[in-house]
Design a protein around this ligand. Structure first.
Ligand SMILES: [Fe+2]
Length: 219
């Protein structure tokens, strides 16, 4: 697999942008514990504002919190990063090695809270794991895209001239779902629509750096 897509009618799609999108199974108990852990941390961590408005953003050391549930989550992130690297290199996982470092932080959004448009400079991949969407039906009926993460089309100037179907320059909206993980290139600009509801939207986000990348034949 490589970063190119050829259709059957002689058209090639160039510059595709990979987005890892996986719902992990049997995460109910895991997520319940992660909510408890994050609420405990919020009591002692004043957090920092960064791109969040109307919410709490923890310190950047979630990956080092000493809980089995955090180790499970680190495993999810590792799977995502491996898949993304397979796609970007066109190689299998046993054909490459690298020094991979990452940081992770927890986010809580409360009614009206959102993340402003941003990127994650200095990193290869970024992502988010959803612990709790906090969705309630009344708020959802009012605004179907509340709490969604939205990615901007990264191709400069693509919206300048409309073409049939209007496929260029659109934002892509991905819904939150407990147990789901998205991972994407760190340069891909994104934002989170205001969360609406009486509960909390709780996520763990991460940044990944890959250094000393090397390949071998896997034999
Ligand atoms: Fe982000």
């Amino acid at each position: 697999m490589k970063l190119k897509i050829e259709l059957e009618n002689g058209v090639r799609l160039a510059w595709p942008t990979p987005i890892f999108d996986r719902k992990f199974d049997n995460t109910e108990e895991l997520n319940r514990r992660l909510v408890e852990i994050i609420h405990e941390k919020e009591k002692i961590d004043t957090g920092n504002a960064k791109s969040v408005t109307g919410g709490w953003h923890s310190s950047d050391d979630v990956h080092n919190w000493d809980y089995p549930e955090i180790r499970t989550l680190v495993g999810f992130i590792t799977e995502a990063v491996t898949e993304m690297t397979k796609v970007s290199t066109g190689m299998e996982a046993d054909q490459f090695g690298a020094d991979t470092t990452f940081i992770a932080w927890a986010n809580i959004l409360r009614d009206g809270g959102y993340h402003r448009s941003h990127t994650h400079p200095g990193c290869a991949w970024s992502g988010v794991y959803y612990i709790q969407t906090g969705s309630d039906e009344a708020a959802q009926a009012e605004n179907d895209a509340a709490g969604h993460i939205e990615f901007y089309d990264p191709r400069h100037g693509v919206e300048m001239v409309p073409v049939p179907g209007n496929p260029f320059g659109q934002r892509l909206s991905f819904p939150p779902e407990a147990g789901r993980l998205y991972c994407f290139p760190a340069w891909l600009r994104h934002m989170v629509n205001p969360y609406q509801g009486s509960s909390e939207r709780i996520t763990i986000a991460f940044n990944v750096r890959i250094e000393n990348f090397e390949t071998f034949d896997g034999s």
